[in-house]
Design a protein around this ligand. Structure first.
Ligand code: AMP
Length: 249
């Protein structure tokens, strides 16, 4: 079975984002970018399923600027087999991402698509669900465990009340939560080998999609700085302040 894993190039999770001086967005110039952490988990899961003999081929796809190639090369170095870059310089919102991914899925016919539950830049948490709707496939979102069977998969989902187990008929959409696995680091020899793996380049128009932003960013601001705290001398003073100053007791 072929697995498709969409991976997004986002600002590195370890970097502190800065707002542009004119407030029009986050400053991405000269900042370290990396694979969306939930997508690393998705790539890792596809590799583990391949190692377990449940998956025959892993295709990774990224929609974005030319540099998203680096993100795809990282996925290839981790163990994916083939990559597709759908190149665009436009801002691509989840509905357009889902439409393009539907086009890729129609062309590639995967048995399973594993996405991250959300991209850490826009935090939309929409693409997997929209893609499932567009394809008419079953979905198991926020997965913390994935067991692939014959024509179906068992997905353990992280929900508010604990864990929920659902059976999904394949082909299906799975989105990853943090506890699904711990992604591996790519070894140096694998990084070298990844340079020779196939990477196709496409455009949104190849899938009949014209990318257009539906949302307009009005303003972006840094969060307000924290006010300095104070030290109290006793429990009685703390209770007094909570009651009479903060009004929370
Ligand atoms: P979102 O709905 O934007 O929070 O993204 C959820 C997931 O959709 C991500 O974790 C990726 O797996 C996938 N995704 C979103 N945007 C892109 C993109 N531009 N290229 C590839 N995959 C994407």
């Amino acid at each position: 079975m072929k697995v498709l894993v969409p991976v997004k190039r986002v600002i590195d999770a370890n970097v502190k984002p800065r707002v542009k001086a004119d407030g029009s967005g986050v400053d991405l110039a000269n900042i370290k970018m990396a694979m969306n952490p939930f997508d690393e988990i998705a790539v890792e899961e596809a590799i583990r399923q391949k190692e377990a003999g449940k998956v025959s081929e892993i295709v990774v796809v990224s929609i974005g600027v030319q540099q998203a190639q680096e993100t795809l090369r990282t996925a290839l170095a981790m163990g994916a087999d083939r990559a597709i870059l759908v190149k665009t310089d436009e801002t691509v919102e989840p509905l357009d991402v889902a439409k393009i991914l539907k086009g890729v899925a129609d062309a590639e016919q995967p048995g399973l698509i594993i996405l991250g539950k959300q991209a850490i830049d826009d935090d939309s948490n929409q693409t997997g669900q929209m893609l499932a709707a567009l394809l008419g496939w079953a979905q198991g979102t926020f997965a913390s465990k994935l067991e692939i069977g014959e024509g179906q998969a068992k997905v353990t989902r992280e929900v508010d009340g604990g864990l929920q187990v659902v059976d999904v008929k394949l082909p299906a959409i799975v989105t990853t939560d943090l506890r699904l696995n711990e992604p591996r680091y790519a070894s140096l020899p694998n990084i070298m080998k990844a340079k020779k793996k196939p990477l196709d380049e496409k455009a949104p128009a190849d899938f009949g999609v014209e990318v257009k932003a539906r949302l307009k960013v009005l303003k972006t601001e840094e969060p307000a700085g924290r006010k300095a705290g104070i030290k109290v001398g006793s429990v009685a003073e703390l209770v007094d302040k909570l009651k009479n100053e903060a009004g929370v007791l």
